[in-house]
Design a protein around this ligand. Structure first.
Ligand code: SF4
Length: 330
């Protein structure tokens, strides 16, 4: 499928037709299998040196409500999570945290949990670590990998568009830099995820462009594991006047992602942002990965002002079985 065909499909295809095509593609990759894990999110700090307009999570340095989690506190939290298989760690760009905090955090988790999958620090945080340490990105990644890092989350990709970056997150690294860091991680044997934040001011063309850039990068490195379409939350941030994406738009975007990203192993129905019910429907629109149990997640909580519900594994399995799938715990 080329760019024009993909755009036409995204804009003109009937929602159910598109869903059928994407679901067929999902079954070609995974049959009836749907994946999830028992994971916990750790948002180690909400203090951030930059200000992305869509973000309702961060606090400026010195602002009331800013926090940093002690490493010992994080270890305790993880110890209190039964059956844990994966920890997902992301946070703000906190000028008060030294480089050593990050390496020690990974090393301490690895020391306490030898078999745990540690997915930590987006490409944006990795670049920040390079800046505060004076080491190049490759060296930072090598040191984190040696400390016990397994993989990198997909956040910070937003939309691969300079127009949108200037408008919404001018202080964030460019998408070229984001891709360069992801590619370097792949070269070092560190798989990464990739996201798209959609449903704000982007155009359909920019969404399709984003997906094609990811597909081309994957063709070169093969290092992406999962693609996560993130539906913009228009609450608790500077863009609250926007309506946010409709369910129609969300399902179409997940479906077109499965069709364009035919070289990505997984497409995620990220229930934390989509809501559990729509995420379940997305399992029939091309998604094959239901993320995990989560336990708590402060980024969407800070915007929606409600606590993210923890989904027990049995509940996830029930949701998957209801759509005719076979749950696979990874
Ligand atoms: S999205 Fe990330 S980098 Fe941007 S302001 Fe929020 S915490 Fe900081």
């Amino acid at each position: 499928m080329n760019f024009k065909e993909a755009l036409r499909l995204y804009q003109e295809a009937d929602l159910f037709e598109l869903g059928k095509l994407a679901h067929r593609e999902k079954e070609r990759h995974h049959g009836k299998k749907y994946y999830y894990t028992i994971n916990r999110h750790i948002n180690y700090t909400n203090i951030c040196a930059i200000n992305c307009r869509f973000c309702g999570y961060h606090k400026k340095p010195g602002e009331e409500g800013g926090y940093v989690l002690e490493i010992s506190q994080i270890i305790e939290t993880l110890k209190n999570t039964p059956g844990l298989r994966e920890v997902h760690i992301v946070g703000g760009l906190n000028p008060d945290l030294p480089y050593e905090y990050y390496v020690e955090l990974i090393a301490e988790i690895r020391r306490n949990f030898p078999g745990l999958h540690i997915r930590a620090f987006t490409c944006v945080e990795i670049e920040w670590l390079s800046r505060i340490s004076g080491k190049d990105v490759r060296q930072v990644l090598i040191e984190l990998k040696e400390a016990g890092l397994n993989s990198i989350p997909g956040g910070g990709a937003e939309v691969f568009s300079e127009r949108i970056r200037k408008e919404l997150y001018p202080a964030k690294i460019s998408f070229k830099k984001w891709l360069e860091i992801a590619t370097t991680a792949h070269e070092l044997g560190i798989p990464t995820n990739a996201t798209l934040l959609f449903g704000h001011i982007e155009t359909d063309e920019e969404i399709i462009e984003h997906l094609f850039i990811l597909r081309e990068t994957q063709a070169q490195t093969g290092g992406f594991y999962c693609f996560i379409p993130l539906a913009f939350i228009p609450e608790g941030n500077e863009l609250s006047h926007l309506p946010g994406p409709s369910a129609h738009k969300i399902l179409k975007t997940i479906a077109i992602s499965r069709l364009i990203l035919d070289n990505f192993p997984h497409i995620k129905a990220y229930w934390v942002f989509l809501g559990v019910k729509l995420a379940q429907v997305a399992l029939l629109w091309g998604a094959d990965h239901f993320h995990g149990t989560v336990f708590e997640e402060k980024i969407s909580e800070s915007m929606k002002k409600t606590q993210v519900m923890r989904l027990p594994p049995q509940e996830i399995e029930k949701l998957i079985k209801e759509v005719g799938g076979e749950p696979v715990l990874i």
